[in-house]
Design a protein around this ligand. Structure first.
Ligand code: NAG
Length: 223
């Protein structure tokens, strides 16, 4: 019984009092594990380069493994997202990349996503990163987080961010979660289901969620 209790506390990662204090001072929200995990679960080197043109594959940003058939479901670094340049626009080259993985599911989403859901997901992530860059990023550059905040935020094993990315990877085994709230979501097939998807996709576009993600991205790209 005691052992079980010890195990139960060990799996819920929680920040130390010092980190908790630093997060509070930095204006990081209480559900930062979910807001940040959502922003980075399918991060790519190209996405990081929006915030730091010199970002590489050595970035320490935990992401869902693009190949979910592998044992390791969460990788320690965000991978590249290489597209071809067969088409003239980057949008079409991204669409080419997405549709070229349909059927082998090597796009980090598992087996349950339809083509249109995969397309919505990829462009949603780019859209969110762009939103962070346009809204919270300039504020964070003007008032950068304290070094302690960054040490605490980058320790994703201790602060629960990695666990939340693992939550996402695990739920891709059974469905198409958009938020980390464990709410059922319809298949995206028509305008009615899109209205539900749209609402879910916009869930982490609040100033608080964007601020959490911007601080984390500052820490991983500037320290
Ligand atoms: C995020 O942290 C909260 C508070 O510690 C916890 O209740 C929740 O389960 C965590 N979410 C995930 C997806 O790990």
């Amino acid at each position: 019984m005691l052992l079980l209790a010890l195990f139960a506390t060990a799996v819920v990662a929680a920040p130390s009092p010092i980190c908790k204090d630093a997060f509070q001072k930095a204006g990081i929200s209480s559900n930062y594990n979910e807001t940040i995990a959502h922003a980075i679960h399918s991060m790519t080197v190209e996405g990081l380069q929006l915030f730091d043109p010199l970002a590489t594959e050595q970035n320490r940003v935990p992401t869902v493994n693009q190949d979910l058939s592998q044992v390791q479901k969460v990788l320690p670094n965000a991978p590249h997202f290489h597209t071809s340049s067969n088409f003239a626009t980057q949008t079409m080259n991204i669409l080419d990349k997405i549709l070229s993985t349909v059927g082998n599911s090597k796009d980090g989403l598992g087996a349950h996503w339809s083509s249109v859901e995969r397309i919505a997901h990829v462009f949603h992530m780019w859209d969110l990163w762009e939103k962070i860059y346009e809204t919270s990023w300039p504020e964070v550059l003007m008032t950068p987080p304290e070094p302690t905040t960054c040490v605490c935020l980058k320790d994703t094993r201790a602060n629960g961010i990695k666990a939340a990315v693992e939550w996402v990877a695990k739920h891709y085994e059974t469905g198409t979660p958009i938020t980390l709230l464990n709410r059922p979501i319809p298949k995206l097939t028509d305008a009615q289901s899109w209205s539900v998807w749209k609402q879910r996709l916009l869930h982490y576009y609040t100033p608080e969620a964007l601020h959490d993600a911007a601080i984390y991205l500052y820490c991983v790209t500037h320290h």
